[in-house]
Design a protein around this ligand. Sequence first.
Ligand code: 173
Length: 318
Amino acid sequence: MKRLICIVAAAAAPMIAQAQEVTLRVVSAFPENSLYVKRLENWIERFNADGKGVMQLNFIGGPKAIPTFEVGKSVQGGVVDMAMSTGAFYTNVFPESDALKLTEMPVAEQRRNGVIAYINKVWNEKGNMQYLGRIVESQPFHLYLNKEIAKPDLKGLKIRITPVYRDFFSAMGATVMTTAPGEVYTALERGVVDGYGWPIGGIFDNNWHEKTRYRVDPGFYDAEVSLIINLKKWQGLSAKQRDLLQRQVIIHEGRNDFWKIYAQEETKRQAQAGIKTISFDAATTAAYRKMAYDSAWAGVIKLSPQHGPQMQKLFTKK
Ligand code: 173
């Protein structure tokens, strides 16, 4: 009898361990061949090696699996568990999401000074999601053009945007057109747009450099790419699973200095590809940067009188 119990127990043990392992379905709102996705896949590989018996991440794919602007809704509704996206892509879930481009301090500092806690309060309440961490930093956005400009005036120009750039480029008089990253090349190729917004890095990933003549300096804001998870899924994990996931995301955040070097490399690479820079005199440059931030904050506050002012206070450098 005793022997029998031993055998049963031995057979059951691995089954229990297996039952405790959870697999999360992960998607990316950015195209499959982007550097963001390559780095995500590398991280997932390491995660799965460490997470055996506790948690595994199953990368489903990019916009071919779920279209860029649907990813946020999919996380909110639990169609997928987790995603790599940016706030600009899920303003259709709640408008505050796009404000993360305006943070003026590193994410490590945001963790210490309560900014991440505030973000999670809003993301939980309005998005039914938990904000796990920011895995891209130090990537200012730029305006890329195929027509030369002498001053910050985009009247008569059609520019590809996402919510990131809408208020700023509109304030400069541009006609704006929203597209997912996956449609930028075709829009440029067909001459549907005269330019586009994008961070300093990444224009080579999908050959946009072939269709780009100018980059306007300086950059503005900071590209925010992050990992989000459905709130119910997050709350349903065991303490051990939550701890593993949060710890691994924070470790990955710790590698964000990579993006500083990448910004320098991509700047050089653009010059080598023949992309000319357009810059303005000091006073115009200052006005350009001020217009970028003033127009964006006005937009955030208009869309969210509830959280906009507090976000501005928290996100702006003292
Ligand atoms: O331009 C975009 O598609 C965009 O909004 C974005 C946001 C973060 C990183 C890269 C692009």
